[in-house]
Design a protein around this ligand. Sequence first.
Ligand SMILES: [Ca+2]
Length: 461
Amino acid sequence: MSGRDPWENQPAPRQPAPSSPPGLFSGPNLPFTLAIVASLAVLIGFLVLVQPFSGSDSEVADGSTTTSAGATTAVGDSTSTSDATGSTAATDTTGATIPTDLGPLQGIQLETLATGIPFPVGAFSLPGDDRIFVTERGGAIGVVIPGQGLLSTPFLDLTDRVGSGGVENGLLGMAFHPGYATNGRLFVYYTDDPGLNSRIVEFHADGSDAVTVDPSTEKLILEVEQPGIRHRAGMLQFGPDGYLYIALGDGGLGNRNAQDLTVLQGSILRIDVDRGDPYTVPADNPFASGGGLGEIYEYGFRNPWRFYIDAPENLLYIGDVGQQDIEEIDVVPLADKGLNFGWPDYEGTNCYTPEGACDETGLTMPTLEYGHDDGCAVTGGVVYRGAAMPELVGHYFYADWCNGWIRSFRYDNGQVTEEQDWSADIAGVGQIQIAALGTDSTGELLVVDSNGQLFRVVPVR
Ligand SMILES: [Ca+2]
């Protein structure tokens, strides 16, 4: 059992979270004042001394010599296109189109969209819909509308059946079916009351613009008995293949569940909810024909709290929360199935249990890792594909729940490039605990502070 898990020392869900008025600055206390002073100092240094970006993206952005809005600028050998307004844009190596009438990106900041959300752990959206759906650990899915904050009526209220005892249980994930606009299907991962077993269930919304969803439409898809109380993971996401991917932690019993292909724990599952009742195992799953449970797609995880499938690149990003010393991010092609990510034989690149004999053969080792001198629980994030910061399109953003920082990198041909730390940029909001990152309906980044706040990342130019 670990003392370093997400939600340790957290207040119980459904308690009013610390509330502050919308805006970037609030809370006149000494630590916050110091944070403001520090952030201003950093910001000044940032503006005066630092060229905030390095690498090909920044060369495009910083090399531009905009003289007036819409003016044509030189951007090296990038291609240029003109839109109907006559403004010119550049396409960089990531495929992002960078309008040249944008000033150089100086950094980012967090715009408060809502406060007072009861223990939020995720933020999701639908195309063409301004609403942001926020999973609350206590068992509800709340709705935040930018400019209005958290609505009083939740989208879906499952507090009568969700068990959020222990330190890592509750309503932990959701995913809209790719055909939600016409079929109203949505999927939720929660732990039940009182068993704290993992349940992946389906609900039916009456129309894509439904304001609320009837909890009585629940249909069980998959249930996993959980004798322990930790390491639930909880992320759900549909892949570009139309299959539902589900993250399950190892259950927290200190055993070898993650290496045991006869149990579902410690794995990322892949199921087809469009065929069969309640689902079928896709025929091309790695163990569909034997060797393990058919649902298992990747395995060897401790607590893959948040993963993310970036469809344009067909990459799978996984943030696996560590135990003693190391937090890790794994990035693999989504098509590379049946991979073993090493837990508990390896924690990051450290040999962790003697049973593994410290043999890396056949294991997929981390793409990136950091030690517990730098955080305590990695929050796997999302790949940015919005419009406000074209310089950062294709960059993967992630966070640490304890230390409250946000970092990013771009994964290019199997290599981590353009690593950036945004700590100084977001210092103005004070201490936050980032439980998840997400995207709004236009692809802009959302930051979920489990203390009750939802932010949107906006550029500073
Ligand atoms: Ca690993």
